[in-house]
Ligand binder design. Structure first.
Ligand code: GSH
Length: 202
């Protein structure tokens, strides 16, 4: 199995962590989707990473679909509950975490534009999405919907999203008012799967 990705993508990190936690062997094919010359489109016509190429030649994208595919392999530990509604809730939490990654990515891309072309309004819009979503996740931990001390699809996705915010220094004060999320990331970041997938220092 081959994972096509880049070392800085939080979506790719989510999939790498899932594979590492389950002990599923994979080769990492490093592709930079934002480089002019890249081979991503041969795996995903959208030109985005991650994509997962199976030994049977099937190619899966995007990351929530890859996560579902990995779960279908039935390799312990399970990362999603069996009960359908609980599974759907967990995937919604994944979706919320993915949305934080999306907003973070837009904010980073915006900042990479020449200063004169950068939009303050767009920056603010994305930061508000991130802030609201972090508040919602904090609330979900407080009410027990999201279990901060468990290793599952939701907690992994949340830790990858916050890892990306830290890496790109977006929303640097996020931890000041969200103690439950701090505990979640502290727990997850101690795991070998997270240590092995830390984004490279710039
Ligand atoms: N919804 C997608 C998002 C993936 C995504 O946006 N990946 C970024 C890297 S972090 C990418 O490949 N961007 C290239 C582009 O937009 O052209 C997923 O969950 O896999």
């Amino acid at each position: 199995m081959k994972l096509i990705g880049s070392y800085t993508s939080p979506f790719v990190r989510k999939i790498s962590v899932l594979l590492l936690e389950k002990g599923i062997p994979f080769d990492f094919i490093n592709e930079m989707p934002y480089n002019a010359e890249n081979g991503v489109a041969q795996y995903n016509p959208l030109g985005k990473v991650p994509a997962l190429l199976t030994d049977d030649g099937e190619c899966w994208y995007d990351s929530p679909i890859i996560a579902q595919y990995i779960e279908l392999l039935n390799v312990a530990p399970a990362m999603v509950p069996v009960e359908p509604k609980a599974a759907l809730k967990m995937r919604q939490l994944e979706s919320l975490a993915d949305g934080i990654m999306d907003a973070g990515l837009v904010a980073v891309r915006e900042l990479a534009r020449p200063v004169a072309q950068q939009s303050q309004d767009e920056q603010l819009r994305q930061r508000e999405k991130i802030s609201r979503s972090l508040d919602m996740l904090e609330h979900y931990i407080a009410d027990g919907t999201l279990k901060a001390d468990e290793v599952n699809l939701a907690t992994i996705a949340v830790a990858c999203a916050i890892g990306y915010l830290n890496f790109r220094r977006i929303a640097p004060g996020w931890c000041a008012t969200r103690p439950h999320l701090v505990k979640l990331v502290e727990t997850l970041f101690q795991r070998e799967s997270f240590a092995r997938t830390e984004p490279p220092k710039a």
